[in-house]
Design a protein around this ligand. Structure first.
Ligand code: ADP
Ligand code: MG
Length: 361
């Protein structure tokens, strides 16, 4: 296991990048701490696989260095980096049995036959392949083959890191949850450094201690699920995480108050934004309907009952805004304004969150 350092890293697929847009991965400095489980979350095309392939050595970065435990491996070949990587689609030896597929990485490293037999059985049990250990991989379903790939990724205990690139894409939805739980328990048991790539926020938030959110080639926030919920560093994080995502309001700010759609909203402290597009972000959980005369004017468009709670869709100055109400809350059709829980308000300038005065950065 190792700490993985990305130092001034960036990558462009074009041989002569001339501007930032030419970079699939924009400049990045980050330490992946030894033994932590990370999720790398972002929409399709934002650069997740590019980053993962640079760490494993499948791709050479156009700029910067990669260090494992402070040792420069930027020019080291994949094999010598001692990393297990599992891809979106199965990579298995069709003519080998499941058992031999699972044993392969261990035999490659000359592990003892006793150890191999025990370890292969253990992994097969974890991923539910015990009954097919003696079958050839060829005849198995895509689902089962992907489980073999996962098993091969997990079988070695001595790797520097485990990298998973959307590994559950072809797996049956029922099985997804179970496999994710297995990966998590594997992490608890062996404490590998793990990076798990996904575009699914639920997968990311349930798997990882820390979630790394990418947007358009850039890491926009690294935080615990709670931090991403309470203090989204970028409007993309607010929108991408949460269901529904964070509401954004155009605003003018004067010290401790904001003007939104003609109404005055009290903030949780003083702000001094300079220049740029100023917006207030409030998650639907912190928006409340009110029949009182103070608050931001809003009209109810519709109410969606999603079982656990209700989602109220509102119109505020021509923009759709969502509020979440409890399943048993009665919603007054007379409500014509909304208010916000002060602690749930974040302030953005050109999509980046700014701190209030005195707040620790
Ligand atoms: P993700 O894994 O988040 O879906 P990728 O890392 O695969 O994103 O891709 C990031 C960007 O780089 C995308 O715009 C993609 O089209 C581009 N890209 C990926 N692989 C190549 C390649 N081999 N050559 C040129 N462009 C690529
Ligand atoms: Mg990808």
């Amino acid at each position: 296991m190792a700490k993985i350092t990305l130092d001034n890293l960036a990558h462009s697929y074009s041989p002569n990048p001339s501007c930032e847009d030419d970079f699939a991965l924009k400049e990045l400095n980050h330490d992946w701490m030894d033994g932590e489980a990370y999720a790398l979350l972002g929409a399709s095309g934002c650069g997740k696989s590019t980053l993962l392939n640079i760490i494993s050595g499948l791709l050479h970065p156009s700029q910067g260095r990669i260090l494992f435990d402070d040792q420069d491996v930027t020019n080291a070949p994949t094999a010598s980096r001692n990393i297990a990587q599992v891809f979106q689609f199965p990579v298995v030896y069709d003519t080998m049995t499941v058992r031999d597929n699972l044993a392969f990485p261990l035999r490659n490293r000359s592990a003892s036959p006793d150890y191999i037999a025990g370890r292969v059985n253990q992994i097969a049990r974890m991923i539910g392949l015990e009954d097919v250990l003696n079958r050839k991989a060829r005849g198995l379903t895509a689902d089962a083959k992907q489980k073999i790939s996962l098993g091969r990724g997990m079988v070695r205990e001595d790797v520097n890191a485990l990298l998973f690139d959307e590994p559950l894409t072809v797996i049956d939805p029922h099985m997804k949850w179970e496999l994710r739980t297995q990966l998590k328990s594997l992490h608890h048991e062996f404490g590998h450094t793990m990076i798990y790539v996904t575009h699914d926020q639920t997968e990311a938030l349930t798997f990882a201690d820390k979630v790394v959110v990418m947007y358009d080639g850039r890491v926009v926030q690294i935080g615990t699920p709670q931090e991403l919920f309470e203090r989204p560093a970028h409007t993309f994080v607010g929108y991408f995480i949460g269901s529904p995502g964070m509401n954004l309001f155009d605003a003018e700010i004067d010290g401790t108050t904001a003007r939104i759609a003609g109404a005055t909203v009290q903030l949780d402290g003083g702000y001094a934004p300079s220049g740029g597009k100023i917006q207030i972000g409030v998650r639907p959980e912190f928006v409340k309907l009110t029949t009182s005369e103070t608050g931001v004017p809003a009209s109810i468009k519709r109410i969606e009952d999603v079982g656990r709670h209700k989602i109220i869709r509102l119109d505020v100055a021509g923009h759709e805004v969502s509020a979440i109400a409890g399943e048993d809350d009665s919603i007054s059709q007379d409500a014509q304004r909304i208010t916000f829980d002060r602690g749930g308000i974040n302030v953005y300038v050109d999509d980046w969150r700014i701190a209030r005065k005195g707040e620790a950065a």
